[in-house]
Design a protein around this ligand. Structure first.
Ligand code: ADP
Ligand code: MG
Length: 328
């Protein structure tokens, strides 16, 4: 617990998840209650001003993560801090203020982001009105400013139905950043768009991140998003597994080279997940041998547990349980 507190007190990160767990209780067809572990000890740290994509297959826990980070849902266990707020202990009043001022969000369904009966400008103005920070001329100037930043000034007088999907999402980003949140969260913001429109919307998010310094997290099942961001975190079975960092280097001929390097994620107690293909290639199961070398760690397949008399292999824990049962 002391460990969790020291992580939680870390002031440096804008988004910090440590061992985050979310279990849903659902009733199965036979009427029995079953548990779905949507997040199984997820670790993620995003520093101020960073733009990070979280990529994972459908069902890997992306929307669950974003619902928690936007305080619409509560985690079952673990640590979750966003923009200086502890999402596990936050009271309802702080939650409302947090959602209005500290975070902006963009959802996949274009229809969920904007009020259909308001124009683009009115949608942005409504977001400003909720926090009451700007009125009159200041509010109108802010509306014009964010619509211009997202290159959708021409949508100021149009209702969502009169905008293209890409325009709706760019107006949605304008709404999301209107109150200058510290963190911008987007759940599959390009999920309903074609490829070229998607690229345009992602570039809009990138320029908002660059120009305003707003910490931005985009979750998506679309791996091509990683081409637009410097850091991509892979989520698998409710855990962050690998990360790809992209950088630009200038080679000896003066040409720009884009470099992408893949890393495994190590959590704060030193656990890491081996890639499936490594596990399969060397048949790494149950236990491995580790060796510390000057600049790396070696991993070798371990010896198998001896077969029990019935010919079935049992793990040490199963065997211990069997022995306990027999002696009882
Ligand atoms: P993704 O957004 O990556 O597709 P989700 O976060 O929506 O994944 O879902 C992760 C897992 O949690 C899935 O198995 C999903 O069925 C389950 N899940 C999500 N929300 C709920 C809920 N409200 N009740 C029960 N199970 C849920
Ligand atoms: Mg989802």
């Amino acid at each position: 617990m002391a460990d969790a507190v020291s992580v939680a007190a870390d002031p440096g990160a804008d988004i910090l998840c440590a061992d985050l767990v979310r279990i849903f209780k659902v009733v199965a067809g036979d009427g029995q209650g079953v548990e779905v572990q949507a997040l199984q000890g997820l670790n993620l740290r995003v520093d101020p001003g960073e733009l990070v994509a979280v990529v994972g297959a459908s069902g890997s826990g992306k929307s669950t993560l974003l619902s928690i980070l936007s305080s619409l849902d509560r985690p079952t266990a673990g640590v979750a801090w966003v923009a200086g707020h502890d999402l596990l202990t936050m009271k309802e009043k702080e939650r409302v203020a947090f959602r209005r001022r500290s975070v902006g969000f963009i959802w996949q369904q274009t229809g969920r982001n904007l009020l259909p009966y308001l124009t683009g400008a009115e949608n942005v103005a409504a977001a400003l009105a909720v926090t009451g920070r700007m009125r009159g001329t200041a509010r109108r100037a802010r509306v014009a400013e964010v619509l211009d930043l997202l290159e959708v000034s021409h949508c100021a007088g149009r209702r969502p139905a009169e905008m293209s999907g890409g325009e709706q999402q760019r107006v949605a980003i304008a709404v999301g950043i209107a109150n200058s949140p510290r963190v911008l969260l987007a759940d599959e913001p390009t999920g309903e768009l074609d490829d070229s429109t998607s690229a345009h919307v992602l570039e809009a998010m990138r320029s908002v991140n660059r120009e305003l310094g707003v910490t931005t997290l985009i979750v998506t099942h679309d791996p091509s998003v990683s081409e637009h961001v410097a850091r991509t975190v892979q989520i698998r079975d409710g855990r962050t597994s690998t990360e790809v960092l992209r950088s630009t280097r200038v080679d000896e001929h003066g040409a720009e080279q884009h470099v992408a390097e893949e890393y495994a994620v190590v959590d704060r107690v030193g656990r890491l997940q081996l890639p499936d293909e490594f596990v399969t290639a060397l048949d790494l199961r149950e236990r491995v041998r580790l060796a510390l070398e000057p600049d790396h760690v070696g991993v070798w397949p371990g010896r198998r547990a001896e077969a029990v008399p019935d010919g079935e292999e049992k793990s040490p824990t199963t065997r211990a349980a069997v022995e306990r049962e027999e002696s009882a």
